[in-house]
Structures are given as C-alpha cells and as structure tokens.
Unconditional design. Structure first.
Length: 610
C-alpha cells in the first residue's frame, strides 16, 4: 500500500477530506439504504427469513409504504410551481419576460420536470436528493447547453462541518463514481501511465481499503473499475485593491506606472476549485468553470434541520417499525390459518392402524377413516382470534397518523353522511401535514435557478455561456409560441466621427431582477379549483369588487390575453361614450357600439365556457 508520507501534502489533505466526509455520512447511508429496501419491498431481515423457513412458516410482505410514497410523489407531479422573474427597475420588465421564457426553454430541454420528480422521490424515501447544474459542450454540434440532472444521493459526500441545508457553510463537496480505467485514460490521456500503474497495482498486490459499507474505497477488483473522486472545494485568499482617486479603485494588475495611490486595502476572496483524484493519483486541480462562485450541486432535504448529530430523513424512516409489525402479524395469522385446518388428533395408545391412516390422509378433505375401537378426536379448532382484527385497525391508524396521509387523501371509502366540506377539510389537513416537503422543494428550485442565473457580479451559467446571438422558441403570455433572439446586435447610430454605434437587444448579462417561485401551482387541477373559488367570491362581494381582468388572469383559457384585451377595449369605449354623453357631445352613433358588460354576466359567461 502506498504510504501517505510519500504523497504531496495537498493530496494527503484532499484524501483526508474525502475520508472525513465518508465517516460523517456513515449513519445516514446505512439508514437510507434500509429506506430504499423498504420502499422496494425488501422488508425482512435475513435472519428472520431463515428462522421462519426453518420453522416452515410463511413470510408475508404487504408493502404499504410504496402506495403512500407514490401518493406524495404523484401530488408533487400534479402540482408543480413555476419560476418567475421580478424586475427591480421599469427598464428590466421586458428583459425579465425574456428570462422567464429562456428558463422555461432550458428546463424543458433538460427534462427538468422528470429530474425534479426523481430528486423529490429520493428525498421522501431516503431524506435527501441532489441536482447537478452545469454546462456541457457537444463537440459534434459545436455547441453547448445548460444541463440540470439528478445525481444519486449515494454518490455525494458533504463537508462534515456543514450544517446549513443550502450548503452555504460547506467548505467542500465530493462526488465519487466508478469509472473504467479506459474511460479515465481517454479523459486524462496525459496520465495514462499513472492510471494503468494504479489499476495494475491494486489488481496485483495492493491491499484494498474499504469505506463504511465494506465497499472498496479506491479500486474494485470485482468491477475492474477505479473510483474517481471529484472534490469541489473553496480556496480562501486575500486580494489587494488600490485607491488612486475619488471613486477610482483598481487591482494590482490594473495599476499603471505614474498612478498616485492614496490608499490600499485587502478584501477576502473565495475561489471554487475542482480536484479529481483516484487513490494516490491527482488527475487535475483547476478553478471551477463556473463564475457564480457556488458548488454546482443543489440538495433537496425532506426532513432536516441541521442540528448536531441529526441525519436527513424521509417519510419511510418512521414507517418501518409499523411495516415490520404488520408483516409479522400477517405471517403469524396465515400460519395460524394453515395449521387450524389440521391441528392434530387425540388417539388412544395401541391404535397403530388408525394412526397410520390418519398420518397418510388425515388432513385430506372428504377422507373416510374406518376404525374398530375408540374413534380419534381432533384438537380443538377454534376460530381466528379477534385480536388480529383489532391489531389490524391499530396498524392502519398508525400508518395514517405517522405519515400524515388520511383516508380522504388516499381516496378510500369515507363514512356515508360525511359532508363535502368535511371531506375537503380532511384533505387539506393531510396536505398541511406534508406541506414542508413541498416548501423545501421550492427552496431547492430557487437554488437551481440561482445556479442558472447567478447574482450581481457573479453571473450564472446562462449569462456566462449564452453570449452569442441565438433564437429561441418560447411560450408567450398568450400561450402561443413566440420566437425571441437574445444578444442581438443592432445598429443604434453613428458618433460624431462617423463610427457605427451598436447596442445589444435582449442581453442576458445585464439588468437587475429577483427570482421567485410562484405561489400558484402550474398544474390545471389546482388552478381550476382556485379559479372557481374566485368566481364564488365574486358572486358574494359587491359588483366590481374583484375586477373581471383579474378573474380572466386566474382562468385557464388558451387565449385569455386576447380576451382580456378585448374586454378592456370595450370598457374604455364604454367609458368614453359615457364621458361624451355627460359633456353634451353627441354619441358616436355607430351600430353595435359596445357598452359596459355587467360583471355578473361576464362571470356566468366564463363559467359556461368551462
């Protein structure tokens, strides 16, 4: 084995970082693997299965966890929340609309909805899911694109000192994945000899180091693969700035001879770097290709606060004991039913012929046994104890209480006579129980958006890489496809010397904005429900209390923008006619002149359209 004393100190430090992250995540990984096993139906310990098999008893698995998880996952898939961009100045309004359209286009091209559902499923099962947000270049198309994809939570190792769910206090994040040596040599041809020597040494005589699950730490002889570890870490430095005049600050590289320096100061700087290592070989250590100054990963935590000793948990964790209890109870019940059909016979000594016949066919339905002496008597075969049914009801109640999913949300039979309002209230109660899961997902989506767009002075992936003129097809406010060209260079005029002056239209690198996640779900089911609630409220309030254009905005009409514009034009024309009449001027007199549409009539028309 290679001694660490023979390695460069910086490489030793990085190896120790990875080991510390492995040690920190040991408890969570063991618990999370058990969570996934329960979700997929592997709910018995091997020792229990062997004991039941030895006793010739059945081992029943009634997986009640998967339907609950699928219900929560399905609710997430049907109630997605869309990102929005809020301008900080009036000049940024149109650019924010372009940003929203470009974001929608990129997310659709990355199949973001599918990846989001997979990450959410990881979170509610094992407690944590991960996004990777980056940029990939296609050398065949000679073009690149932003990518958002799910990363296996078992591939990520986080700084053990990190506590914040958004990783703002993490000093490093590791991603470990198994790669063949041939793939490594294609990616790092300059290290081909070192990679070959590394694999050969471990194949031949190197002692295998193992992580917490007895998985090879650096090389798998069984898979014939190397473990490539990417370590994204922060490097902290100090940068000097020089004041050369009122409001003029330059760096050392910008300082020219003859400039009068009045003051200088140092500012702490944080640089994100990425190192790739396999065992005792460091393949690269380069600055992060992204300028946003963040790690290119966004975590989703189901239940996690960040306290000392806490590990992330999902919905499955608290249901395991109930699931075990139900599986064992059902297995015991089946065993009891099987044995009740032939519980044995009471027979006087010496009746060997009768005993032989009973052993051969005593449990066969309809068998006839002749006997010459005292008849055999069967053991008492009572009915199934009623306690089994009582425990079954307790188990059902435990599942509902701990998961927060009641029969109303499950769509199960509800007692007759229950009012619709009561059913809705029970459904809302269940949704409230799991609301934190979706609120955390919205926070994760905001992290993804900030990685895409960055912040002031730290551009994200889109403003950093989407700098060339390019046309996108986006969905406009009217719901129809629109074509938008970004970074379009346009002639603005000429200066006094005749030189052309250009300006850039839809420049994604300028403008100030805030990223928010809409409170209104993007799926039709919830939107329509809220639309009907708004209609009912408009009927109860005085006419005009809720403007018709607001009701139209809440609707799901394909051409609602055109409908709203026509209604506003009618209102303006009607108001103009009223003003002319009050001033004594003759009315326009045109046939079919539109008048003011009563709000009640407009609401009824929209209700009929739906």
């Amino acid at each position: 084995m290679t001694r660490t004393t023979d390695l460069p100190p910086e490489l030793v430090r990085k190896r120790n970082m990875f080991r510390a992250a492995i040690e920190k995540s040991r408890t969570w990984r063991q618990a999370a693997r058990k969570d996934y096993e329960f979700y997929f139906g592997k709910q018995w310990e091997d020792a229990d299965l062997q004991a039941l098999k030895k006793q010739k008893r059945p081992a029943i698995t009634i997986n009640r966890i998967r339907p609950l998880i699928n219900l929560i996952s399905g609710y997430q898939r049907l109630n997605r929340y869309e990102p929005d961009f809020k301008p900080r100045t009036a000049d940024d309004i149109d650019l924010c609309k372009v940003r929203k359209g470009i974001t929608k286009y990129i997310m659709d091209s990355c199949r973001y909805n599918r990846e989001e559902s997979r990450v959410f499923l990881d979170g509610i099962i094992g407690g944590v899911g991960w996004f990777e947000v980056g940029y990939e270049f296609d050398y065949h198309a000679l073009d690149g694109k932003a990518v958002i994809k799910r990363v296996s939570p078992f591939d990520i190792y986080v700084d053990p000192e990190s506590r914040e769910p958004d990783l703002s206090d993490a000093e490093y994040i590791c991603r470990a994945k198994w790669v063949s040596k041939d793939d490594l040599k294609r990616t790092y041809p300059e290290f081909a000899d070192e990679i070959e020597a590394f694999a050969e040494r471990y194949d031949r005589d190197e002692e295998e180091e193992c992580d917490e699950d007895l998985e090879p730490l650096w090389y798998s002889r069984e898979k014939k693969k190397c473990r490539l570890v990417e370590i994204w870490y922060k490097r902290h430095t100090m940068k000097e700035y020089y004041v050369i005049g009122p409001g003029q600050i330059v760096t050392k590289d910008e300082l020219l001879p003859g400039m009068m320096v009045t003051h200088k100061f140092r500012v702490p700087q944080t640089e994100i770097r990425c190192s790739a290592i396999i065992g005792d070989v460091e393949l690269e250590d380069v600055p992060s290709p992204y300028q946003h100054g963040r790690f290119p990963f966004a975590p989703y935590f189901a239940y996690y606060v960040g306290e000392e000793g806490e590990i992330p948990a999902g919905v499955v964790r608290d249901l395991q004991d109930i699931q075990r209890e139900q599986n064992k109870r059902r297995s015991q019940l089946l065993h009891l039913i099987n044995t009740m059909a032939n519980r044995g016979w009471l027979l006087r000594r010496g009746q060997e012929d009768t005993k032989k016949k009973l052993l051969e066919s005593g449990s066969t339905p309809g068998v006839v046994v002749e006997y010459d002496t005292d008849p055999p008597k069967p053991f008492d075969s009572t009915s199934v104890p009623t306690t089994f049914a009582e425990f079954e009801q307790l188990g059902d109640a435990d599942f509902r209480q701990i998961s927060g999913i009641n029969e109303a949300m499950l769509g199960q039979e509800i007692p007759s006579g229950t009012s619709g309002r009561a059913i809705e209230l029970r459904q809302r109660t269940a949704v409230t129980q799991v609301a934190g899961l979706f609120d955390n997902l919205r926070a994760t989506k905001e992290m993804v958006l900030y990685l895409l767009w960055g912040s002031e002075g730290a551009p994200g992936i889109i403003p950093q890489y989407y700098t060339e003129e390019k046309t996108f097809r986006i969905i406009g406010e009217s719901g129809k496809d629109e074509f938008v060209t970004i970074n379009q260079r346009q002639l603005a005029g000429y200066d006094w010397m005749g030189n052309a002056i250009y300006r850039t239209l839809n420049d994604l690198s300028v403008g100030e904005f805030d990223i928010v996640i809409d409170d209104v779900p993007a799926t039709p089911t919830q939107r329509i429900a809220q639309f009907y609630a708004l209609l009912e409220l408009a009927k109860l309030l005085p006419p005009g209390a809720i403007p018709v254009d607001m009701i139209i905005d809440a609707s799901d009409f394909d051409n609602k923008e055109e409908l709203k514009q026509r209604w506003l034009e009618q209102q303006r024309a009607a108001a103009q006619a009223v003003a002319m009449k009050q001033s004594g001027a003759p009315p326009p007199g045109q046939p079919g002149q539109p008048g003011i549409v009563p709000q009640s009539a407009a609401i009824e028309a929209m209700r009929a359209a739906l």
